[in-house]
Design a protein around this ligand. Structure first.
Ligand SMILES: NC(=O)c1ccc[n+]([C@@H]2O[C@H](COP(=O)([O-])OP(=O)(O)OC[C@H]3O[C@@H](n4cnc5c(N)ncnc54)[C@H](O)[C@@H]3O)[C@@H](O)[C@H]2O)c1
Length: 319
């Protein structure tokens, strides 16, 4: 089942999805729109080969537990040599194709991972629709756009849904599988099974929801912590401690902001301010109490001072 996999787009995530599926033994083709894209995707695939091999080395060392990559192997059946062979096989087996008709022919599953832009995605689906065989299941990896926006352009709304991955797929191996109202149960189940087959932890999202599961919980949590700070209720370290010591969680909101990076955090706040309730319908109702002006000012000042989080050595904390 699902032997021929096509990934459309070879950017940050497209190349990772393709590499992971090839690592798990699937016949994988990346469709790219131009010769220029080939030039940009090839180094990404070489980089992924190195990332997987480096990860396998760490998994084979005394610090294995902290560095375990569940997308690569299970701890109880790990065999470094075998994993390295799979990486080599994935690397040499991956195909790049510019002709969409050739790429799509006979595909079991096509995963669209082109730019996060409605117009580009509609143009892609419109071109692809007449080229797919009857059996093909079509998925989008979109982070913020809902599949119902595109279903009518696919020619197969009953076989169209979201399959959303996290960045650094070999380590952060969740796959959120989200149906839109016309998706058939068979297609949903087949994509859940496929996600498991490529070593993801498949998480069902039975109806459409901006932010899927993780961001629907994470973003309101982060904003609530930040709101306490910008309103002068308490300081970042105390707010983090309240969360960690009160629940046993490993990180508080400000430690998470530093990992995510202040630029991304700033963009999330801007996006929320424009579209209240983007990820959580609950937030729409309680939007006004949030001090967005204060949040934006805090992040803007940090960005101007080069305090971008862990990556720059300082964010809310010093590293
Ligand atoms: N980057 C992430 O962390 C992340 C995580 C999960 C999901 N996603 C989703 O994955 C998708 C791709 O994101 P990315 O980060 O890989 O982006 P990216 O910019 O790195 O790559 C986009 C790819 O799409 C191609 N492309 C751009 N416009 C196109 C068009 N008009 N027609 C055909 N191909 C086109 C580019 O050549 C490139 O190969 C988006 O929908 C994004 O929301 C990204």
């Amino acid at each position: 089942m699902n032997k021929k996999v096509v990934v459309a787009g070879g950017g940050v995530l497209g190349s990772q999805i393709a590499f992971q599926a090839a690592y798990c033994g699937f016949d994988v083709t990346i469709w790219l729109r131009s010769q220029g894209s080939i030039g940009r995707t090839q180094p990404k695939i070489e980089g992924l080969k190195k990332s997987y091999l480096d990860a396998i080395k760490l998994m084979d060392s005394p610090s294995a537990e902290a560095n375990w990559c569940r997308g690569i192997a299970d701890a109880d059946s790990f065999d470094a040599k075998k994993c390295e062979e799979l990486v080599e096989k994935a690397f040499s087996g991956l195909k790049l194709e510019l002709d969409l008709a050739k790429a799509a022919a006979d595909a079991d599953i096509i995963i669209e991972s082109v730019a996060e832009n409605v117009k580009d995605k509609i143009a892609f689906y419109t071109a692809l629709a007449p080229l797919m065989s009857e059996k093909t299941i079509l998925c989008t990896n979109s982070s913020t756009l809902l599949p119902s926006t595109f279903a009518k352009y696919t020619g197969r709304p009953e076989k169209y849904l979201s399959l959303h991955f996290a960045n650094a797929i070999w380590k952060n191996n969740t796959a959120e599988v989200m149906a839109q109202s016309e998706t058939s149960r068979e297609a949903f189940d087949a994509v859940m099974a496929f996600a498991n087959d490529i070593r993801m932890v498949a998480l069902p999202v039975n109806k459409e929801k901006n932010g899927y599961l993780l961001n629907s919980m994470l973003v309101p949590f982060l904003l609530s912590g930040l709101d306490l700070y910008v309103n002068g209720v308490s300081d970042p370290a105390s707010i983090d401690k309240a969360w960690k010591f009160g629940t046993g969680a490993p990180r508080g909101p400000f430690e998470i902001f530093d990992v995510v990076g202040i630029n991304t955090a700033y963009n999330i706040v801007l996006q929320y301010q424009k579209v209240p309730g983007l990820f959580s319908p609950l937030l729409k109702k309680m939007m006004m109490p949030y001090n967005f002006k204060g949040m934006i000012a805090v992040f803007k000042k940090m960005i101007d001072e080069g305090k971008l989080g862990r990556s720059s050595g300082e964010g809310f904390y010093k590293y």
